[in-house]
Design a protein around this ligand. Structure first.
Ligand SMILES: [Zn+2]
Length: 276
């Protein structure tokens, strides 16, 4: 396809995806604008296979949150708390690194770039699935560092169910990458595509564990005086302004997700080079 036509198609698909997310209330206004740009660049500069993987992450995560009763309750409390809609920061935390990889693909295609995309999307998919499904765990989760039991939703908390959900989410992206390559969607790939499910599973799980580790150690935590509980938000969902408690001040939840997606990406690119 002519590259201008591909860019235009990318823009169209990016806007369509963002409009769908906005209408389904999974994206805020700023989130929809960011998603349109991310989608346009990934489709338009990375290529159609890149776009399909992005849509798989987006649709898979939106579908899971739509069926999660906890999430439904959050949406119902929307007037109170816009927390269940992804804003631009959350969109870039999940798709920002993939967007940079697509730009790199356009400037200078390399065999490790498609596996790197698989790694970043496997990680954000693993994280999202773990969050959506892990909160349904009957067993209380444990902190990844000290192994103490903590309330569900605590940063850095992991459970068996959440970890299994991570693995399945990561494997889903890696496995979907295989037919895309077979259909000619990644012409620069040097790796046997049969490795891609493994690359996706390992990189996504590693990225997801990095997310929990950062969440348990350096992520900023606030305290809500009204509920006497810890939260990652400057404004608690009860409407009360919270106080800084601990952690690095710039290391918010979005930054943790972004860095984890970079870790997953590096692991996948490294695996692709080693296995090729
Ligand atoms: Zn509160």
């Amino acid at each position: 396809m002519d590259s201008n036509a591909q860019l235009l198609l990318g823009l169209f698909l990016g806007v369509a995806m963002a409009a769908g997310g906005y209408r389904k209330q999974s994206l805020s206004e700023s989130g929809a604008i960011a998603a349109a740009l991310v989608g346009a660049i990934i489709f338009g500069l990375g290529g159609w296979a890149w776009g399909v993987l992005l849509v798989a992450f987006f649709v898979g995560s939106s579908a899971l949150s739509a069926y999660n009763p906890r999430h439904k309750a959050q949406v119902a409390a929307e007037k109170f708390d816009k927390g269940s809609r992804r804003d631009w920061g959350q969109v870039l935390a999940n798709g920002g690194w993939a967007t940079l990889l697509a730009l790199l693909m356009w400037l200078s295609p390399a065999p490790w770039l498609f596996p790197a995309l698989v790694g970043t999307l496997a990680t954000v998919t693993a994280d999202t699935w773990a969050t959506e499904l892990g909160t349904l765990s009957a067993q209380p989760p444990r902190l990844i560092t000290t192994w103490q039991t903590v309330p569900p939703g605590t940063n850095g908390a992991i459970s068996l169910l959440g970890t299994m959900a991570s693995l399945v989410g990561a494997l889903f992206i890696g496995t979907l990458a295989y037919p895309l390559v077979m259909l000619g969607g990644a012409p620069h790939l040097a790796l046997n595509p049969l490795w891609l499910p493994l690359v996706g599973a390992v990189s996504g799980l590693t990225g997801s564990l990095a997310d929990s580790l950062l969440g348990a150690t350096v992520q900023q935590v606030y305290h809500c005086p009204r509920c006497d509980s810890e939260t990652e938000r400057a404004l608690h969902h009860c409407g009360t302004a919270t106080h800084y408690l601990r952690g690095w001040r710039w290391m918010d939840n979005d930054m943790v997700n972004f860095l984890a997606s970079v870790v997953g990406s590096i692991v996948a690119a490294w695996l692709a080079v080693v296995l090729a």
